[in-house]
Design a binder for this molecule. Structure first.
Ligand SMILES: Cc1cc2nc3c(=O)[nH]c(=O)nc-3n(C[C@H](O)[C@H](O)[C@H](O)COP(=O)(O)OP(=O)(O)OC[C@H]3O[C@@H](n4cnc5c(N)ncnc54)[C@H](O)[C@@H]3O)c2cc1C
Length: 491
């Protein structure tokens, strides 16, 4: 389904912002707005319009960097007054660049990065512009974590509103499963608190429905005791030993307790990670990494992490204990830093069969682009939550596949994108239904309904949208079109 097909979508034009409109917006904002008004002439414009993926080259007409809920209310109100459906930016990691509105208005949340930890009640209040690293750093001081992603630079808001998978998902579930309440600025400018008891249907929709319903200015998450140290085991494999190691991996994963996460990365060139000997840096290697999600000194964890590191014929194996927030969460930050050209494809694995492994390994051995093919071991607590309990869908998969391809020369765009599409096509017999909404790419806009769990769930989301954003003001996203309830006919 096209995200631009609904009449509600066409009711608002998407005008380009020119200098005259910028002056008008500045005038309308007046003293209500204490953030930064960043137009093309502003010193921060270049940085503010840069996102993770350098293939995204959008030039917003105005970027309103907010510092408070009042700023967001003012930004929403001027956007509405000028018929400008805003994009919302948090960490800028949307793979297709949804954070920015081409020549339009972007509400930039990066001025709202406060984190407050209520250690006694295990609650964490997180500003709508925080990165994962902000939360990890604040919670680590109290021996707590909020389950989120696998690196420090992803935005909390985009990740959590789409679901949020990561190292702790097997033990505690998704990031959106940890929502206690959210402060939300609606299209009308009204500020509401959303929780299981206040606006419960909207609360359901925010757990996976993305930025469709308003701007989240504050999340309150449930936190868990952890660390600060994490037990980690790593094994590296030469290409000729990779297929056997992955076969062992595929057979062991279903037997594991939920206190461990075990993941595979087929790396084009091994980065200089803490446990990688210098002679292995830059080599094409498979890495298996296990993480014990409980007490780092638990003998059961020591034994299991050691055992997993010896699977197959590793050329290097290491087990270690590292601070989670300060090290583990930053291990791949550099490898996937902002500013390179990236193309990603996510798929849910139905079965990691021998033939699928062979197909994958053959692709990886020849793959010219940098980056990695990731197999992420999930399952566990994710599937404890019933499928219809949240907008997030497809909780039953044990393994998720992600192609995270990286390069720098634009001349390679076509070839490298085609290669990635082809391998995903070749793997189709082993791929399950659905796609993670947070990994939808620019060429997958026809999969939006599928990403939101199919027509029935999409329709339920559409009814929530019709209630809280009937004009589809927030549509610079993986869009849910408003679906007004059918009037009940008399008699
Ligand atoms: C390098 C990398 C690593 C990743 N790792 C993980 C991972 O470990 N786990 C995982 O689940 N996903 C991961 N992702 C996917 C990630 O969840 C999505 O890209 C997500 O959209 C990123 O959120 P962001 O805030 O950084 O993005 P942005 O591009 O800033 O925002 C994306 C969208 O989120 C919405 N949004 C942002 N802020 C707000 C707000 N305050 N209120 C309402 N809506 C808002 C808007 O619709 C916006 O278009 C990763 C992506 C990348 C590029």
């Amino acid at each position: 389904m096209s995200s631009t097909s609904s009449p509600a979508t066409t009711a608002l034009a998407d005008p380009a912002i020119d200098q005259e409109m910028r002056l008008r917006i500045a005038d309308q904002l007046g003293a209500r707005f204490n953030g930064d008004f960043i137009g093309p002439d502003h010193a921060d414009y270049s940085d503010a319009r840069s996102v993770w993926n350098a293939m995204v080259d959008k030039r917003p007409g105005a970027i309103l960097r907010c510092t408070s809920t009042e700023d967001v209310v003012a930004a929403v109100s001027v956007a509405r007054a000028n018929g400008l459906p805003p994009s919302i930016r948090c960490g800028g990691h949307s793979v297709s660049g949804k954070a920015l509105a081409e020549r339009g208005l972007t509400i930039d949340m990066s001025g709202m990065r406060a984190v407050t930890v209520d250690a006694e009640r295990r609650l964490v209040h997180v500003g709508g512009g925080c990165l994962l690293g902000d939360v990890d750093e604040a919670t680590a001081r109290h021996g707590l974590i909020v389950p989120a992603g696998i690196m420090s630079e992803t935005g909390v808001a985009g990740l959590a509103l789409g679901g949020g998978i990561g190292w702790f998902s097997r033990k505690h579930g998704l990031t959106c499963d940890q929502f206690i309440s959210l402060e939300l600025v609606l299209a009308s400018g009204e500020v509401i608190e959303v929780s299981a008891t206040e606006h419960p249907e909207l609360f359901w929709a925010l757990k996976g429905g993305g930025g469709n319903f308003g701007v989240v200015t504050r999340f309150t998450f449930r936190a868990y005791s952890f660390g600060p140290m994490m037990r980690v085991g790593v094994s590296l494999y030469e290409p000729e030993d990779a297929a056997q190691a992955l076969r062992d991996y595929a057979s062991i994963v279903p037997t594991l307790p939920r206190t461990v996460g075990w993941h595979a990365a087929l790396k084009h060139d091994m980065p200089a990670l803490p446990f990688v000997p210098p002679e292995m840096v830059g080599r094409r290697l498979l890495m298996l990494i296990s993480m014990w999600l409980d007490d780092a000194d638990d003998p059961a964890g020591v034994e299991l992490v050691e055992r997993l590191a010896t699977v197959g014929q590793p050329c290097v194996k290491a087990t270690t204990v590292m601070p989670f927030a300060a090290r583990v969460q930053k291990v791949i930050d550099e490898e996937f830093e902002d500013g390179h050209r990236y193309y990603t494809k996510e798929a849910h694995v139905l079965e990691l069969a021998d033939q699928a492994i062979d197909t994958l390994v053959a692709f990886w051995k020849d793959m010219p682009m940098q980056g990695e093919v990731e197999i992420i071991g999930l399952g566990g607590a994710i599937a404890d939550v019933p499928e219809d309990a949240t907008a997030f869908s497809n909780r039953d998969y044990l393994l998720w596949l992600n192609f995270a391809m990286r390069w720098d020369d634009p001349a390679n765009d076509r070839d490298y994108i085609d290669r990635t599409r082809k391998i995903v096509g070749d793997l189709k017999p082993w791929i399950g239904k659905g796609i993670y909404v947070n990994m939808l790419n620019f060429d997958e806009m026809d999969r939006v309904v599928e990403a939101f769990g199919g027509p029935e769930k999409y329709a339920r989301l559409g009814r929530v949208k019709a209630q809280y954003d009937p004009e589809n003001f927030f549509r610079m996203n993986y869009n849910i079109t408003p679906l007004p309830s059918q009037p009940v006919s008399a008699g």
